[in-house]
Ligand binder design. Structure first.
Ligand code: GDP
Length: 444
């Protein structure tokens, strides 16, 4: 997970503060030293770290904080707010052109994930707006690039405009835009050439394409795993092209997080999306506040809720809430829920979004085997309809029958029933408590 190291170290610094009843200025200095080191180790830009620490310290040593009843909580809140600000406060959406097509120009170094991101963006637009994007293949230098875009286009069901590798990219863009006008495409996404490094010829070409296409957004794709280098690349591209935003890819493989924390502060340009995997749906809107929460181990309930909303239909969710409230959740619901939850992605990723879970040592190597889910389902399927609605019926002889029916050991059947009862209890409590507990995490 991104920010793993940073998250752990920040929480250690806070644990130190929390242990003290009364926090002094020198305790704050000690915590700031630790936070500073943690940020530098996460590969955050030096100047960003310096400004960050200065601002947090100024607020933290104020008497309103130190004399309060919960100084540690308040300092965590200050850090949380400052992390959010550093990453840009609110999420920045794509610009929508007043008349079609909206043109998005993608730029970036080779290997950053540009072509993949073109496909992911197209997927997103198709799914969320039923858009009809046209993808333009303007990378004529890397022979496989056009082919790759064709493959991506087929995967996501979007047409690709290309003229092979012998035509000047400027001309390709001109003709591609004409084609989009003819076909009434509402979006055009231009995949431009990348290089291993920024060079003048590339920049001249991109500047020309920008002038021709007049894009509504110029998105720079950078690889999060390159840390500080990603920030330098962003600075370089921004100086030449005045980009509108950044897509930070490979956040799934970035354990440090330096790029995410530096880019906005250094370039003034927002991170708009993050890539979190190779699949076409692995593109998420970047929410600075949620990311800050995640870094501080407060989980990412909002993303979790978003994912749930995308995957559960509203009626089902309302039914489920009703059942939680009335405590009538049964094994049929359990089956439904397993199906819904497995659509949200790997269980271990979902668990980490829950507050307090991200750095839970028990989860460090936790992997939920899809086979386990299949086994649980087999067990439920071996129950009679009456047993599924009324788990209290499940006495020993029935459990033995279910074990035989599902070809699972009886201990496993027992364990699952126990887990079911426990989660039912937790759900009921959560519902009753209206998730009040969660507010306590931030303190006031
Ligand atoms: P381009 O040269 O910038 O067009 O880069 P590509 O789109 O060809 O991507 C380079 C490699 O990075 C490919 O293997 C992609 O599958 C991979 N990639 C792109 N985005 C992500 C991401 O968000 N996460 C992971 N893990 N891999 C990614």
């Amino acid at each position: 997970m991104a920010f793993e190291g940073l998250s752990e170290r920040l929480q250690k610094a806070f644990a130190g503060l929390r242990r003290k009843g009364k926090v002094t200025e020198s305790d704050v200095s000690e915590a700031m030293r630790e936070i500073r080191l943690a940020l530098l180790e996460a590969d955050v830009n030096f100047k960003v770290v310096k400004d960050f620490i200065k601002t947090v310290r100024e607020q933290a040593v104020g008497s309103a904080v130190l004399d309060s009843l919960t100084p540690a909580q308040q300092i965590i809140k200050i850090v949380n707010d400052e992390l959010t600000k550093t990453m840009g406060e609110a999420a920045v959406p794509l610009v929508k052109a007043p008349k079609i097509p909206t043109v998005i120009m993608m730029v970036g170094l080779q290997g950053a994930g540009k072509t993949t991101t073109v496909g992911k963006l197209a997927t997103r637009l198709i799914q969320q707006e039923k858009a009809r994007p046209l993808l333009i293949a303007a990378d004529v230098y890397r022979p496989a690039a056009i082919e790759q875009l064709e493959v991506v286009g087929q995967q996501v069901n979007a047409p690709v405009f290309q003229l092979g590798t012998d035509v000047d990219p400027r001309e390709i863009v001109r003709q591609g835009l004409a084609q989009a006008a003819l076909q009434h495409n509402d979006y055009v996404i231009i995949d431009t050439a990348g290089r291993l490094q920024i060079d003048e010829k590339l920049m001249a070409e991109l500047t020309d394409i920008k002038a021709i296409a007049q894009p509504n957004d110029i998105l720079l794709v950078v690889d999060a795993m390159t840390g500080q280098a990603a920030t330098d690349v962003a600075t370089g591209f921004n100086e030449q092209l005045d980009i509108t935003g950044v897509v930070l890819t490979k956040l799934d493989g970035d354990t440090r997080g330096g790029a995410a924390l530096s880019i906005r502060a250094v370039t003034g340009k927002p991170i708009m999306f993050v890539g979190q995997g190779e699949k076409m749906d692995a593109l998420d809107v970047f929410y600075p506040d949620r990311m800050a929460n995640r870094i501080l181990g407060m989980g990412d309930m909002l993303t979790l809720i978003d994912k749930a909303q995308q995957n559960f239909d509203e009626k089902q969710a309302a039914d489920m809430a009703e059942k939680m409230r009335e405590n009538t959740f049964d094994f049929n619901d359990f089956l439904d829920q397993m199906d819904q939850v497995s659509k949200m992605g790997p269980m271990e990723d979902i668990m980490k979004m829950i507050p307090g879970m991200a750095n839970n040592p028990a989860l460090k190597n936790f992997k939920m085997d899809p086979k386990d889910i299949a086994h649980m389902k087999a067990i439920v399927y071996s129950m009679t309809p009456a047993e599924r609605v009324d788990p209290d019926l499940l006495n020993q002889s029935r459990r033995r029958r279910i074990a035989a029916g599902s070809a699972r050991p009886v201990q496993e059947v027992n364990r699952m029933i126990k887990q079911f009862n426990q989660s039912k209890q937790v759900m009921n409590q959560m519902y009753k408590g209206n998730m009040q507990g969660m507010e306590g995490l931030l303190g006031g």
